[in-house]
Design a protein around this ligand. Structure first.
Ligand SMILES: *[C@@H]1O[C@H](CO)[C@@H](O)[C@H](O)[C@H]1NC(C)=O
Ligand SMILES: *[C@@H]1O[C@H](CO)[C@@H](O)[C@H](O)[C@H]1NC(C)=O
Ligand SMILES: *[C@@H]1O[C@H](CO)[C@@H](O)[C@H](O)[C@H]1NC(C)=O
Length: 481
């Protein structure tokens, strides 16, 4: 009997929690795991006294689903996803929907969307953010793929998603093909950037302003009441307050080498491939790399000389620090949206930028009040060229500017590393320069490699100059097109 609204494959903690979340919202879910004992155990324990049903095979699963069938997979990214798709296909019909809610790399989702579309099956790759807690009580969901699937999954997805403070679900349709997983990847990259910015601010507070962990916690607490209000600021406050058994801050005892799982790196690589300067995420990834060279840094700390630093008076500096953090964050999101805009153009996706900001507004790690402003910007102008051109953000960076420069100048003078904060300002200054020194660079390239250049007065026409009086008459484009 076809009674279930949706089937879910994979009973690891994310899968189980999503099932329970769907059940809470009145949907009948059919649970399947390759290991039958896992299904039985789940039904007898976590899912006891619920409407959740189980399946003993893929065929059984498909037979229990209302049409069009909706099957969501939460299995390990990679070959397991392809394997389940292959197992499902014999039991699915035209118009049925396969949803991959795992951490797939977006090119795989692009490929799956295409091949399944040829078979009449609607594929959705959905970013799921918010961890176990989010999955259980409200994740941020970023579904993209075959648009025909959206009306069928929308009621389930929007019901189980986190809600923004105004009640809007943190789930909307992202766009075509692999765009759901793409946007999730960029989300994770932005998360790297936000975390790195906060860490740099912490180091400035500690080293440059000589603040105690409790004083720092107080500052983050203050910031969390204003425009920096966000999950990461909130947890930073709590971490700084947390005391070890000896009464001192635990955070100061933690070894300063950062781990990473690779999604920030994916974003960095993708930005290089597309030629979009997502420098803040790039610096955040490199900062983790540098942190993990602990032994080399320990030796360097005894060899390499820095400035003689003095503690700066914090009274009038903390506000500036908050402003710098805010401005840097704006630049980071502007870069992230530039990257998504380029990907949309490269793949022909119609990305829902306002929806993306809304999806990140709650449920996920980068949730913040600030994302509401980004949503507003793209709602007013869906084809906004650059977030920094939105009047609110133009004004916000202009207002923050002098504080932003003051903070970075202080860090540079004191020898405190601020790769992400500094790159944000460098990007801002680069973007607002109509003239960059790439004219000289083009001349250099033409000088040594006959790579040609264009004139400001005549763009589109490539010229080679005989710079040395020894040059040949052949430009590199003639033989190296
Ligand atoms: C089955 O459940 C286990 C955990 O109970 C999980 O680790 C595994 O990924 C699931 N796999 C499949 C394919 O259902
Ligand atoms: C480059 O300039 C030198 C000196 O003016 C000249 O002798 C030479 O023929 C030029 N080469 C070409 C390819 O025009
Ligand atoms: C270099 O190429 C230009 C354009 O093709 C030609 O007019 C000129 O005579 C060439 N000069 C030499 C030294 O071959």
């Amino acid at each position: 009997m076809a009674t279930a609204d949706i089937g879910l494959i994979g009973l690891a903690v994310m899968g189980q929690n999503l099932i329970l979340n769907m059940n809470d919202h009145g949907f009948v879910v059919c649970a399947y795991n390759r290991t039958q004992a896992k299904v039985d155990h789940f039904l007898a324990n976590e899912a006891k006294d619920s409407q959740i049903i189980g399946a003993t095979s893929i065929e059984d699963l498909c037979s229990k689903l209302k049409r069009p069938r909706k099957v969501m997979m939460l299995v390990k990214a990679g070959s397991a996803v392809d394997s389940f798709i292959d197992q499902l296909l014999p039991f699915l019909e035209q118009g049925d929907i396969i949803i991959d809610g795992g951490n797939s790399h977006f090119p795989d989702s692009v490929r799956r969307a295409k091949t399944l579309a040829e078979k009449g099956i609607l594929f959705v790759g959905s970013g799921v953010s918010g961890g176990e807690e989010g999955a259980r009580f409200g994740p941020s969901l970023m579904p993209g793929g075959n648009p025909q699937a959206w009306p069928f999954i929308k009621p389930i997805f929007q019901a189980i998603a986190a809600k923004a403070p105004d009640g809007a679900p943190c789930c909307d349709w992202v766009g075509e093909e692999g765009s759901g997983h793409y946007v999730k990847m960029v989300h994770n990259g932005i998360e790297y950037g936000d975390m790195q910015l906060i860490c740099e601010v912490y180091q400035i507070m500690k080293e440059g302003l000589g603040m105690s962990s409790d004083e720092m916690a107080d500052t983050f607490e203050e910031w969390n009441k204003g425009k920096l209000d966000s999950f990461l600021i909130e947890i930073t406050r709590d971490i700084l307050r947390f005391k070890d058994e000896d009464g001192t801050a635990l955070v100061e005892k933690i070894r300063d080498t950062a781990g990473q799982k690779g999604t920030g790196k994916w974003t960095g690589i993708d930005s290089l491939d597309r030629g979009i300067p997502v420098s803040l995420i790039g610096e955040a990834v490199y900062a983790r790399c540098l942190s993990s060279l602990k032994d080399e840094r320990t030796r360097a700390s005894k060899i390499l000389v820095g400035p003689t630093s003095q503690v700066v008076d914090k009274s009038d500096f903390l506000d500036a620090l908050g402003e710098a953090l805010y401005a840097a964050k704006i630049v980071s999101y502007a870069q992230g949206f530039m990257l998504m805009r380029q990907a949309a153009s490269d793949y022909g996706w119609n990305l829902n930028f306002a929806g993306i900001a809304l999806m990140w507004r709650g449920g996920c790690i980068i949730r913040s009040a600030f994302l509401g402003k980004i949503k507003d910007a793209y709602t007013v102008n869906p084809s906004l060229e650059n977030l920094l051109f939105d009047p609110f953000f133009t004004e916000a960076t202009a207002t923050a500017q002098s504080a932003w420069r003051k903070v970075i100048a202080m860090a540079v003078t004191q020898g405190i590393p601020t790769p992400a904060l500094s790159t944000s300002l460098n990007f801002y200054d680069g973007l607002r320069h109509e003239m960059l020194p790439a004219n000289l660079l083009q001349a250099q390239r033409d000088y040594f490699g006959a790579h040609t250049y264009e004139l400001l007065s005549n763009p589109g026409t490539h010229i080679h100059t005989n710079w040395t009086g020894k040059g040949g008459n052949v430009s590199s484009t003639n033989y190296d097109a």
